[in-house]
Design a binder for this molecule. Structure first.
Ligand code: DUC
Ligand code: ZN
Length: 457
């Protein structure tokens, strides 16, 4: 199928320009002014912004958490993502502890995802055990198109100690790869949980108190000292707060390569949500937790300065019934929030429209930088000749209000319930297929696994 998008504003990380875009099959074949084509279907996109398809580098679909499984699997989750302009997700596949291989983890995630996705997809690989076999497997992963990895400094089933952290990030760097790291101090958090329980503090309002910003910042600091010693780049995923941000800036001043990612919940929600009555605070339980207004302000300013490379979602959704597993004990509430459907429109509404970031920065944060970080550029992350025809036709005048009644997730709650949106998704092209029209998914399950190359950033 051939499409000619006429009179839209093509947004890149550097500039925005009124141009036409010609799509033939899966690719963009021409970008310029006054393009004519005799056989293309012409779509007038006057007044619309054309972004390269958004890439979400942090999702958890079909994931077992706290004795349950996320409400959204790859089918419902990628459909919601596509409706929100995300044409590619990079989900977290994981090795299991107890002598299991990375290969087994990858096969497991392919089984969860293959044939079910409505947007393109790839995986990071979480390494939870390190030995000579795992080390050898890194090259197998690279051959499979997995070039980014994940390490956890918390969670018993996932945690790696400082010794392995050092060895892994050093080895990954030798192969031109890197890890995103979940930074929280596991030991002190355990102690704070024990204190809360001993005092009979069992409600969700205790969640941010046992996972304080200081213990995220401590872990970021430790990670970056270790990474400095290893001479290796690392990424701090889901950065939430000012103290942790300052640790990143300090390491960069010393010449270290540190990438950072944050998420809409840390930009737009405050920790008072955990004190909402009737157990509503449970909806917002995620790790690290939502922080304070001054942290939000710090993150927005960091986005504007380009100090944070990407805004992902950490999508990990649960129903209220699942959240109620922790009714009498907040530590049993499965952690995570949905977010893939509204990342673009929230960043536009509360970032671009409010003058905190430009639309070009939005393009970098949602698409271009993720493509560069995860070895997808310029196949993805840019609207140019030869790139995949992944295009978001964004309507800056579209008005909406986020609600669990109308969202596409398989959940009955939305952390952004009631948030007004000024600007939203009109159409989405996924590799040349007009898969979303008027904000609704009209073509499903066209997503394909995308093997990735090495980072270009
Ligand atoms: N944090 C969550 O809240 N859920 C899933 C994984 C994570 O790091
Ligand atoms: Zn996560």
């Amino acid at each position: 199928m051939k499409y000619l998008l006429k009179n839209g504003t093509v947004v890149s990380g550097d500039q925005s320009e009124k141009m036409d875009v010609l799509i033939d099959g899966e690719k963009i074949v021409k970008v310029g002014c006054g393009i004519v084509s005799e056989d293309a279907q012409v779509i007038d996109v006057s007044g619309k912004l054309l972004f390269p398809g958004f890439i979400d580098g942090h999702t958890h679909f079909d994931l077992e958490v706290a004795g349950t499984v996320t409400a959204d699997d790859f089918e419902t989750g990628t459909r919601a993502a596509l409706a929100g302009g995300t044409t590619m997700v990079v989900d977290f596949a994981s090795q299991d502890k107890g002598g299991h291989t990375l290969k087994e983890g990858l096969e497991k995630w392919h089984k969860k995802a293959d044939g079910k996705c409505s947007c393109d997809y790839s995986f990071h690989m979480s390494i939870v055990e390190w030995n000579e076999d795992t080390e050898r497997e890194i090259q197998d992963m690279i051959r499979e198109g997995i070039t980014s990895f994940k390490l956890y400094m918390t969670y018993p089933a996932m945690i790696v100690d400082d010794c392995d952290l050092y060895k892994i990030i050093k080895k990954l760097n030798e192969y031109g790869c890197f890890a995103g790291v979940h930074c929280e101090n596991a030991g002190v958090i355990d102690a704070l949980i024990a204190e809360a329980k001993a005092e009979g503090r069992m409600g969700p309002e205790n969640h941010p108190l046992v996972r304080p910003d200081t213990m995220e910042a401590e872990a970021v600091h430790r990670l970056l000292v270790i990474a400095g010693e290893a001479g290796a780049p690392v990424m701090v995923v889901h950065l939430t707060n000012k103290k942790a941000y300052e640790e990143i800036m300090e390491a960069r001043e010393k010449g270290q390569k540190v990438y950072a990612e944050t998420c809409p919940q840390y930009l737009l929600l405050e920790d008072s949500v955990y004190s909402r009555p009737d157990f509503e605070g449970a909806k917002f339980v995620c790790a690290p937790p939502i922080r304070k207004k001054e942290d939000q302000d710090c993150l927005w300013e960091a986005l504007a300065r380009g100090d944070i490379q990407t805004v992902a979602t950490d999508q990990c959704s649960f129903t209220l019934a699942q959240k109620a597993m922790g009714k009498d004990d907040f530590t049993k509430i499965p952690g995570g929030l949905p977010g893939v459907q509204t990342r673009g429109s929230l960043l536009y509404t509360y970032g671009v429209r409010e003058g905190r970031i430009t639309k070009e920065q939005m393009c970098r944060l949602l698409s271009e930088n993720a493509a560069r970080l995860y070895g997808l550029y310029p196949r993805k992350g840019i609207i140019q000749e030869g790139s995949d025809a992944d295009i978001v036709v964004f309507d800056p005048d579209k008005e909406d209000v986020i609600s669990a009644k109308t969202h596409a997730y398989n959940t009955d709650n939305n952390p952004f319930e009631g948030f007004a949106l000024h600007g939203g998704i009109d159409k989405v092209f996924l590799r040349g297929n007009l898969a979303v029209e008027n904000g609704k998914v009209v073509m499903e399950k066209l997503g394909t696994y995308i093997p990735r190359g090495k980072k270009q950033i």
